[in-house]
Design a protein around this ligand. Structure first.
Ligand SMILES: O=C(O)CCC(=O)C(=O)O
Ligand SMILES: [Fe+2]
Length: 265
């Protein structure tokens, strides 16, 4: 996490300026929450800077990463490799646990990995802002390093519960794709990040996701007479486009992909 702190807090603005972009299609970009284009219309203002770039396969994406701090490539490269291995192991166990086979999520279903580093500066009025609004992650599975400052909350049984940072612990989030492929057996958890007035918070999410053209559908082995198919098949890129238009409306994100609206949640 030290190298991310150095990036956001110590790197001169001119070194960061070349990475700044409001174009979501740019592969490595730094952006800020005030660039949503709807500042006046927002119910709550978002208080976050974010650095995003792909981080797998390393050799194919490292050249777009920030060149400074000087050890960024080395440290983030080593971390990405380890997180990738951890995510693969977890996915193998989930495959076994679901009964679809340990190798089910290999290849296309987990081909991409994106790193999203969030920087939440101290906020003088935390009650008027959020670091990130309520959402579920759009991808397959997320491995989150949340540093040592409180801020992550999960929505459970109608209330927000703080996810306390534990030293050396990682947060593992089930994304919408895992919910769909498991035909609703695994549920993606609604979560958000709140701000605080005393110290900056940094979190780094590694988002394992399918290739853009990958066909996503509930695993055939999980569908039978008592477990009817809840979601239809689609290409991952179509889901992602739809997700972008439904930000903040978690209850609506899956609507287009449900087969039996009454049963699926
Ligand atoms: O900052 C956090 O702890 C949460 C980040 C998050 O949910 C995300 O990047 O999707
Ligand atoms: Fe998230």
């Amino acid at each position: 996490m030290g190298v991310f702190k150095e990036f956001f807090e110590e790197l001169p603005a001119e070194d960061k300026a070349s990475l700044y972009s409001e174009d979501p299609n740019k592969s490595c970009r730094l952006f800020t929450s005030s660039s949503t284009g709807n500042y006046e219309g927002e119910d709550v203002h978002i208080w976050r800077d974010c650095l995003k770039h792909p981080c797998h396969p390393l050799e194919e994406c490292k050249h777009v990463w920030p060149q400074k701090p000087i050890r960024y490539g080395e440290l983030v490269g080593a971390c990405s490799t380890q997180v990738r291995e951890l995510a693969s192991n977890i996915l193998e166990l989930i495959g076994e646990g679901l009964g679809v086979g340990a190798g089910y999520f290999r290849d296309e279903l987990s081909q991409q990995m994106l790193l999203s580093v969030n920087y939440y500066p101290p906020c003088a009025e935390p009650s008027l802002t959020l670091g990130l609004p309520k959402h579920c992650d759009p991808n397959l599975i997320t491995i989150l390093l949340q540093g040592d400052v409180n801020g992550l909350q999960v929505f459970k049984d109608g209330e927000w519960i703080g996810v306390e940072p534990l030293p050396h612990a990682l947060v593992v989030n089930v994304g919408y794709q895992l919910q769909i492929i498991s035909n609703g057996k695994l549920k993606s958890a609604e979560h958000r990040a709140v701000t605080n007035s005393s110290e900056a918070r940094i979190s780094a999410g590694f988002f394992v996701m399918p290739s853009n053209d990958c066909l996503i559908e509930p695993a055939a082995a999980l569908i039978n007479a008592s477990n009817p198919q809840l979601y239809k098949g689609f290409q991952y890129k179509d889901f992602f486009l739809n997700f972008g238009t439904k930000l903040g409306k978690t209850e609506r994100v899956l609507d287009r992909f449900k087969l039996q609206a009454r049963l699926a949640s």
